[in-house]
Design a binder for this molecule. Structure first.
Ligand code: SAH
Length: 246
């Protein structure tokens, strides 16, 4: 009887160890991405009143279901990478909420052969999402350690159509202009004129506009073929501030 008890105890210990180690080592991230897509779809319906979008481009949703967001956040937060919320990435900055990434990407209405400029590389996640959809992505970050980390991360993950630069994005990237799309992922108190200038006729820019202490307006800027510029306010949002270089 004693032997049976001991055997039972040993089997129980082995079972517990195996269960816990499999939980720790084999998180099914692709399943989590699927759940995230469901969450984003719910948010799309909840925000329909403002955005007038009942669904996003299936290409955008497919990419969100594919890009490994957990590899763009600090190790300690990897488990939370597929919650539909922003997460800290250090230096007081955040990786945007996945729904917002999806919305901004959808608003750009990118085409496969497009060239897109991003201001605010941060973790590099938004750049990776764009890289899956367009020909080339140029992205500017003002905080050096973030620029370095995002640059090497994107290289390691094989996103070789993304070019990262350390600079104040206010002035855009003249050398590669004009762009089919421009996406600004930090809150600016006005739309930087150099960015409007670097937008192609027929191009679109998405930018949160407003002060730092309250919510901003996610704004869509559309430049028509004849160069006329129109802006549309899409949704109240909360972004980290657009800072200026010295
Ligand atoms: N797109 C990022 C999230 C960006 S958070 C991602 O997918 O992770 C906003 C980023 O904008 C921060 O990293 C911040 O340092 C950067 N930023 C703020 N002002 C900037 C400026 N003037 N030029 C370039 N980057 C800027």
């Amino acid at each position: 009887m004693k032997f049976v008890n001991r055997l039972f105890f040993v089997v129980l210990v082995i079972f517990t160890v195996l269960t816990y180690s499999s939980v720790a080592f084999s998180i099914d991230y692709s399943e989590r991405r699927k759940q995230l897509i469901n969450e984003i779809n719910k948010d799309i319906l909840l925000t329909y009143f403002s955005t007038k979008r009942q669904q996003f481009d299936p290409r955008v949703m497919e990419v969100l279901g594919k890009v490994p967001r957990h590899l763009f956040v600090p190790k300690a937060l990897q488990e939370s990478a597929y919650k539909n919320r922003p997460l800290p990435i250090g230096y007081g900055q955040t990786i945007s909420q996945p729904y917002i990434v999806a919305l901004m990407t959808d608003l750009l209405e990118t085409k496969k052969d497009a060239s897109v400029l991003e201001i605010g590389t941060g973790s590099g996640y938004q750049a990776a999402v764009l890289a899956e959809l367009v020909k080339s992505v140029f992205t500017i970050e003002i905080i050096e350690p973030l620029e370095k980390k995002a640059s090497s991360r994107l290289k390691t993950l094989g996103y070789d159509n993304v070019t990262v630069k350390l600079a104040d994005g206010y002035y855009g990237w003249e050398q590669h202009a004009p762009f089919d799309g421009i996406i600004v992922t930090a809150a600016a108190n006005h739309i930087p004129p150099p960015l409007v200038k670097q937008l192609k006729p027929g191009g679109r820019m998405v930018i949160p506009v407003g002060g730092h202490f309250f919510t901003q307006n996610l704004t869509l800027v559309v430049k028509s073929e004849d160069g006329t510029v129109k802006t549309y306010q899409i949704l109240p949002v909360a972004f980290v501030p657009f800072t200026r270089g010295h």
